[in-house]
Design a protein around this ligand. Structure first.
Ligand code: PLA
Length: 443
């Protein structure tokens, strides 16, 4: 990448590289033969793109007429009855908003709802965070976690000297696309060891240790997606020391605060140890999972800076990223979050509902593990209980996944990830039967 090329040139060439990567095959390429039915359209050269590897699972699921079908693809919480859940506390907050006749639908400022931003920073950094108290943090409301990552990526591409971002291998499938299209150059660091189904800590430290000084490093704050494997606190501390000594810039993706352990504070510890050393970092927060606000698209990007002066200037530039992208964010979801975070009773009620969701997921882990043991399914399945958060990274291969979808109507991503939040006591036996058949019949 030449340093003299303009940001838009860089973006186009990055996009071309991305689209020609073998992982994305069949490729949404640029040439195709024109068939007779296409003649006359200026878009006749457009090639049908493949479905998204995660959201496309839901598309396939919706087309399946089977009564026993089960969607364990996208990470969306379901109740024991298999239904989507709107939290009680969200219903209450929405009622308050509806009842308040003084509320209007005017545009929010470019950076979003001020109170939401303040409370979101407090939630992730802690109520007594010195970084917040000294105004070193700028927080802008964005379109959920994805929008926050994208705005952060675009800001870095414009204003940060090092254009390389390291993402874990594997990671959430959208990460490389978000950052590539933001204009950054994406590289990976080792994270997961399939042999132990645990963290490849040595590989991680080696790869970050040999990263160029100043590189950005994407870290999952907790409940790593898709592996469900997180560093221990001691390992986080070692990662912090290494990253600070090499001047690597941390960019935390916090999409599951409260979902890993059931505790909002515990799940924010990784972020807080980095902020406590006075250094700089970025954090993308999502309320999709922990408040069940998926479709409301509510999240925040915080950038912790060395001084209040720098933070103010950074915020002024974030506005220049956001304004031409979507002008300003939507008001409803952020108002719900602010209503809950500001009110002690609603906040407490939220933490109880959140813990109940986290506990139900943990109970699904135990039920699935017991069901496999009862069937004598070959292999070590202890990782089902050890892994953390919404997903189990089963170790099933793409052929076994395809078999389970075809024969059992169970839908999951091709990498063998299953959303534990989509399971219930009623559906565990069906999944266990399918896994048992897959590992005994498909190699
Ligand atoms: N970061 C990580 C690590 C995620 O897993 C997800 C969502 C996001 C960010 C973005 O979420 P948001 O924009 O909705 O706030 N991952 C889901 C959904 C749950 C998806 O792929 O969009 C998943 O199934 O992996």
């Amino acid at each position: 990448m030449s340093s003299s090329s303009s940001p838009s040139d860089r973006r186009l060439s990055a996009l071309a590289r991305h689209l020609s990567s073998p992982a994305e095959s069949p490729v949404a390429g640029v040439s195709a033969s024109i068939t007779s039915s296409d003649v006359g359209s200026v878009f006749s050269h457009v090639v049908r793109a493949p479905e998204d590897p995660i959201l496309g699972v839901t598309v396939a699921y919706n087309k399946d007429p089977s009564p026993v079908k089960l969607n364990l693809g996208v990470g969306a919480y379901r109740t024991e009855e298999g239904k989507p859940l709107v939290l009680n506390v969200v219903r209450k907050a929405e009622q308050q908003l509806v009842n308040d006749r003084s509320r209007v639908k005017e545009y929010l400022p470019i950076v979003g709802l001020a109170e939401f931003n303040k409370l979101s920073a407090k939630l992730i950094f802690g109520a007594d965070s010195p970084a917040i108290q000294s105004n070193r943090v700028t927080t802008v409301q964005c379109l959920s976690g994805t929008g926050s990552l994208r705005v952060g990526g675009e800001f870095l591409a414009r204003h940060y000297h090092q254009q390389i971002i390291y993402i874990p291998l594997p990671t959430w499938g959208n990460h490389p696309k978000v950052f590539t299209l933001a204009g950054l150059s994406v590289k990976t660091y080792r994270y997961y060891d399939p042999a132990t189904r645990g963290l490849d800590f040595k590989g991680l430290m080696e790869d970050l240790g040999s990263a160029p000084s100043g590189a950005v490093v994407l870290l999952h704050a907790c409940a790593h997606n898709p592996t469900g494997v997180d560093p221990s606190l001691q390992q986080w501390e070692q990662i912090r020391q290494l990253m600070r000594s090499k001047k690597l810039l941390p960019f935390f993706d916090s999409a599951y605060q409260g979902f890993a352990s059931g505790s909002l504070d515990k799940d924010a510890q990784s972020v807080r140890i980095f902020v406590a050393d006075g250094g700089e970092c970025l954090v993308a927060q999502s309320y999709a999972k922990n408040m069940g606000l998926y479709g409301e698209r509510v999240g925040a990007l915080s950038i912790v800076c060395k001084t209040a002066d720098v933070a103010g200037k950074v915020e002024s530039q974030l506005k220049l990223v956001i304004r031409p992208m979507y002008s300003n964010p939507p008001i409803h979801g952020a108002s719900i979050v602010a209503a809950i975070l500001r009110d002690r009773n609603l906040y407490n009620e939220w933490t109880i509902e959140l813990k109940a969701m986290a506990d139900r997921i943990i109970s699904m882990r135990h039920q699935l593990s017991d069901a496999l043991r009862a069937r004598g399914t070959p292999g070590d399945w202890s990782h089902i209980i050890k892994q953390i958060g919404m997903f189990t990274f089963t170790g099933l291969n793409a052929k076994q996944v395809a078999f389970m979808t075809k024969e059992y109507h169970i839908y999951m991503t091709a990498d063998g990830r299953i959303s534990m939040a989509g399971l219930s006591s009623r559906t565990v036996p069906h999944l266990a039967d399918a896994i048992h058949a897959a590992v005994t019949r498909v190699v």
